[in-house]
Write a protein that binds this ligand. Sequence first.
Ligand code: ARG
Length: 475
Amino acid sequence: MTADHRSGQPTQAAANSLWGGRFEDGPSAVMEAINASIDIDKRLAEEDIAGSIAHAGMLAECGVISKKDAEEILRGLNQVRDEIRAGDFAWSRALEDVHMNVESRLKAVIGEPAGRLHTGRSRNDQVATDFRLWLRGACDRIDTALGLYQAALVAQAEKHADTVMPGFTHLQTAQPISLGHHLLCYVETAQRDRGRFADARRRMNESPLGAAALAGTAFPINRDMTAKALGFDRPMGNSLDAVSARDFALETLAAASIAAVNLSRLAEEIVFWTSRRFGFARLSDAWSTGSSIMPQKRNPDAAELVRAKPGRITGSLMGLLMVVKGLPLAYSKDLQEDKAPVFQAIDDLELAIAAMTGMAGDLVFDKAVLEAAAGEAYSDATDVADWLVRELEMPFREAHHVAGSAVKAAEHKDLFLSELPLEDFQAIEPRIDSRIYSVLSARASMESRTSYGGTAPVRVKEQIDAWRKRLGGDA
Ligand code: ARG
């Protein structure tokens, strides 16, 4: 900025050299401050240059510019890219955005031919192209990262297919389950998250380039050529759509929001599993933090922060939805506000996935504590009811009532169901015999649930095998 941006006074800058033909003065300092996006969109530099290289090559192929000019442009763009990669590039706010920063530098490097690059395109199709390319790359990175997260969970699940833990409903002890089964639940979830990113990627992978400002161009360009060069499936069929659509970003943010919410659920479980009150698991020093006042503390900060991330990530989705809502066709400058929320959400999500992958691998579970907890709170009461149905052909509703009475009797004597004397069972239902005790343990309960998708370790191990095959090299 060339002046105090609060002053509203014109900057010392002259009219913009790239578009200022009809301008005499430079912008006010506030104008420059509100208009410039370079601090954010410089992250699109690689994609911007890739798009320009494809465009210049196509213009030469189609005879719109000379081969010689195209070669110069290519050489210059490569140099600009190297400068940016080397951190050796002076970004200018006066030049507003990444597109004009790159083009202006190109002009300084190669001179006159640089002015031919913008033939048959506009910043409107340029930015839409850059942004799609960037988000496509983000979808690919997230897919890989989620695959590694799944692999870490599968590895833990394999160690703990036979580990019994309490399964909860309403966070009240419900029925004993396999810890491996519990962990594989998150593998399933992550697979659907990957599917959502893949869907978004497939729909976004169309090229806006060549739509120009909004109406297409009179130059004999070949949009298939640039689409192919940039790895897009096809050029977009409507030039207005090409420059104004941002649903590809919204859809990716929706996928990111759901993924973040899904991660937050395991994050929350890690928080209470590692709490001393539960004592189910422990995180190593690498994933714990201390307290500045309480020397004994080990805090699961990373899990808490993952639990918090949906605040920011769904905030990005809501923010961009509001930016796009009610915008008339075609491009409006409002759309420049699309990048900050997307960059922030993707950064947050990538960090959250990496943290969850690290913690998923790091957790050490206390099998004895888990098994003891699994047997508490009459978690085998359903097994009593099921036994009555199976062995006495009692209707389930009646069996449920009888089992409830048994729980009441055991509770009264402060005993586990497995400790309740047979006379007490028989006082409730005379046909009960000693075979009932065979179902009265957390492990027996877990092992009995062999229905497809159920928690019995035999089923869990089948699922682990299936995931190993599905995840291939990752798992
Ligand atoms: N910086 C702009 C953006 O991000 C690029 C497009 C500008 N187009 C325009 N007509 N001023 O949206």
